[in-house]
Write a protein that binds this ligand. Sequence first.
Ligand SMILES: [Zn+2]
Length: 680
Amino acid sequence: MPEFISGISCYEKRMKTMEKKFFDKIIHGGDYNPDQWVNFPEIWDEDMRLMKLAHINSATVGIFSWSMLEPEEGVYNFEWLDKILDKLHENGIEVILATPSGARPAWLAQKYPEVLRVEETGIRNEYGVRHNHCLTSPVYREKVRNINRKLAERYKDHPAVKMWHISNEYCGECHCELCQEAFRDWLKEYYHNSLDELNFKWWNGFWSHQVTDWSQINSPKFRGENHVSAMKLCWNRFVSDSHISFYENEIAPLREITPDIPITTNFMRMYDGIDYQKFAKKLDLVSWDNYPAWDNGRNESEALEAAFVHDAFRSMRNGQPFFMMESTPSQVNWHNVNKLPKAEMQELSSIQAVAHGADSVQYFQWRKSRGGHEKYHGAVVDHCGHENTRVFKGIAKLGENLEKLSDVVGGYSEAKVAIIYDWENGWAIKHFHGFNNINRSYLEECKKWYAPFMKKGVAVDIISMEDDFSKYDLVISPFLYMLKDGTDKRIEEYVENGGNFVATYLTGLVDKDDLCFLGGFPANNLKKVFGIWNEESDGLPENIKNSVSYNGKKYDVVHVCDIIHANEAETLGSYEKDFYAGQPAVTVNSYGKGKAYYVAFRNDDDFAEDFLSQFDIAPDADIQLSAGTYLRKRGDVVFVMNFADEEKTIYLDKEYTDLINGGNLNGEVTLPVCGYLALK
Ligand SMILES: [Zn+2]
């Protein structure tokens, strides 16, 4: 079992921080790497001048500074960090101090090869890149704890330090012997030390795969066991728990020495290697790195995905505002082709984050590196080194505007609708073989049900299947293939008490251990709640489509559909082709005081929007929008944003104060391309 360090401040204290407003202004800053310029004091001075010009109020320092901080084992050099923290403080810039575990000094890897990661091939990596460490290695954990303790001891009272930034973008997995052993220990705990239980849950009688000793189990690999989906699910959970345990090891000295400094780590979009919904509960504040491919001709779909992801991170801690820890001031260097976004697009992207609950707009990075892998990644200060650039001017203008939005800091959005997007369900969907093995993107399906609300101006929470449903008028669970213990009962209770619940195809097929429910789908009591029985599911190749008639309109059925029987349910739409023509495809069942809807097919066009129009859910503001624009209310501020490729006209329902431009607005307003308003 990976070493678990629980030296953290008490739970109650952390619960209180969920309600706490950490800052009274929008944090505007980003990754600052003065260690790359340590021999150029004039650049440090120039940075201070430029930061003030760009309305920067925060710098995240030290993310990859380990070899500068500890050039040799046990030899420390903090002088440069002392100097720059003092300098930042003197210039009124707050500091988010990072721990450096994301990349390690060469001496460490050379002396202790066990810290390096072993890939699925079984071959240990050589030293290099970042994120190249074993999550289990006691040596690495000790070294990380040690450098973090040194940082905490030295800077615990530094007035500039306002937050901890733990490591960087935790990701990946390790297959070394230490991790194999830790996986076996994890399984022993999960399966109550019983191989019989494991053999049953993994259905190991299939292909004669029963194991008789824990040592016979290894991590899933392409050259080994890779067809036992329950095992792969366990591996996902183990890897995710290893990251969380690694993080808890990292923060132990920080909680001990600096209990009042909040802690975050930066997540990456909907990265599926870590259960972010579980991890988020361990943070004081969620933060994530936002890199949409703007100006690639798909700005509206990029805006949809960014909105969905913002809402997912906002929802992980009951709507608590989050940080957008990274974004690019310009282009990135890691897309296949890196299109330059308009400065106005970068500005709109940042405002979108704030509208959805971000209390920060931060960049990677402040000053472009002169060499190394990311020397062409966008930065606020380019290689030319001065402020007379398109990008710098755009950032400065945005910084000025963010200063006018302090009113939204700490503000929540009230959502009447929730969509269930659950990390563990995503893993289960990825692993099974059947029906349609090509087209099954869980995220795409969830975004499809999210889009109509975004278009209408209705805030949506993105929750896990374990979150509370009772506060919502409507809960939608696209593709809820796996049900964790008790989820079926909680759905029943929600509907019984008056909730509206929408489920779609392939709902309730397996339990949390990936065993199919017996007695017909959807699982257990859900047949009664939805009033249906799903007898079979059909996979549809690209060249074969069925269709459904619903409410006088026809809809394509693509990729996959369920062939259901309406027992108690009322049929709202039926299939039109194949041997199941005439059978129900959309149903509703009145159950207790509520209604349970089942949409048995996948449609990639406008079915979700048409179907959802029957629910009387008012937009969060009565502003009349036009295509490509959308609104988001946060606290008492309404943001309206234009992601269309042309200017758009909207109609305000009353007089609002224009927080950015000053004055009042009412009636018809024209938004230019990338235009936005913050109205109160
Ligand atoms: Zn390992």
